[in-house]
Write a protein that binds this ligand. Structure first.
Ligand SMILES: [Zn+2]
Ligand SMILES: [Zn+2]
Length: 95
């Protein structure tokens, strides 16, 4: 999957537009976004749900859900004093 750097359009391999740029000495094959002909980059699907997002390894939805489930787990299993210990041990965002 590719993502346009300019307009953010997502498209598959083969959907990019190609054209030939003519220079004095040679012809240069070009390719670009099917909508705006800008440059594009290859993006990877989210490692958890397989959805293509903004070129991140994990999409925002999965980050949010996993974080929420983790918080629920921690809240259900540790009291406030134990949670502050966890914060010290793992040096993370306050739980
Ligand atoms: Zn574009
Ligand atoms: Zn995901």
């Amino acid at each position: 999957m590719y993502k346009c750097i300019e307009c953010g359009h997502l498209f598959d391999e083969g959907e990019e537009v190609t054209w030939i740029e003519t220079h004095k000495e040679y012809n240069e094959p070009m390719s670009g976004c099917p909508l705006c002909k800008s440059g594009y980059k290859e993006i990877e699907p989210c490692k958890i749900c397989g959805v293509y997002s903004d070129g991140e390894i994990y999409c925002e939805d999965c980050k949010k859900t996993v974080k929420e489930r983790f918080m629920n787990l921690v809240n259900a299993n540790f009291n406030r004093k134990e949670r502050s210990l966890l914060n010290e041990l793992y040096d993370c965002e306050p739980i």
